[in-house]
Ligand binder design. Structure first.
Ligand code: 5GP
Length: 210
């Protein structure tokens, strides 16, 4: 099989918490070896079961400030009172070797990536099927206290107002069909001519009969 070299893409998934983004991310990472997750730095405390370096890099506010000042983050934002940001170096390394990078970041971070990395960016917004279902999913997770759930519900509508800034929107009625849509988007975006950096050499060889 001929492998044509390709620049990786930045696959951003945003949604209000509880819309199914985490499940969809996990499914993609489990089934597609061409995708790695960008692990963000955050000043938020770890939730039970979260692992340092896998879910997040848990850092102090002071260290987060240092990362910002040293230009080590591709984007950063304050979400629900905590800071979150994307370390730059692992993303750049991955893109260069044709690895795609999945981002679970909010709309503020996505806007910054739009400014800094437009050509590599593919933005997908996940909407829940209804407000009731969103609240049910948030409660079922039961990892956050009641007031955190309430404040996230309040934020959800603000967050969802940014759907139109994304390239694709998936209404997550059914996780399997949403996942199929996500895979279809990724497959199509990987075929974009400008991402396939090895195409001109390949086409030249074809035309010369080599
Ligand atoms: P959580 O605290 O539930 O893990 O995440 C809260 C929100 O922060 C989610 O909407 C998530 O997408 C966003 N988030 C996580 N990491 C980053 C990041 O590196 N940058 C930005 N801008 N948002 C992030």
């Amino acid at each position: 099989m001929v492998e044509i070299s390709r620049r990786g893409l930045m696959f951003v998934l945003s949604s209000p918490s509880g819309a199914g983004k985490t499940t969809l991310s996990r499914m993609l990472l489990e089934t597609d070896p061409g995708v790695i997750m960008s692990v963000s730095a955050t000043t938020r405390r770890p939730r039970p079961g979260e692992q340092e370096g896998k879910d997040y890099y848990f850092v102090s506010t002071e260290d987060f400030g240092l990362m910002v000042n040293r230009g080590e983050l591709l984007e950063h934002a304050k979400v629900f009172g905590n800071y979150y940001g994307t370390p730059k170096a692992p993303v750049e390394q991955a893109l260069q070797v044709g690895q795609d990078v999945l981002f679970d970041i909010d709309w503020q971070g996505t806007q910054q990536l739009e400014e800094n990395a437009r050509a590599d960016l593919v933005r997908v917004f996940i909407l829940p099927p209804s407000t009731m279902e969103l609240e049910r999913r948030l409660r079922a997770r039961a990892q956050d206290s009641d007031d955190v759930v309430a404040s996230r519900m309040a934020k959800a509508s603000e967050e969802m107002s940014h759907w139109a800034e994304y390239d694709y929107v998936i209404v997550n009625n059914d996780i399997d069909s949403s996942f199929a849509k996500l895979q279809a988007i990724l497959t199509a975006e990987r075929c974009k001519r400008e991402r396939q950096t090895g195409l001109s050499d390949f086409a030249k060889q074809l035309r010369e009969g080599l």
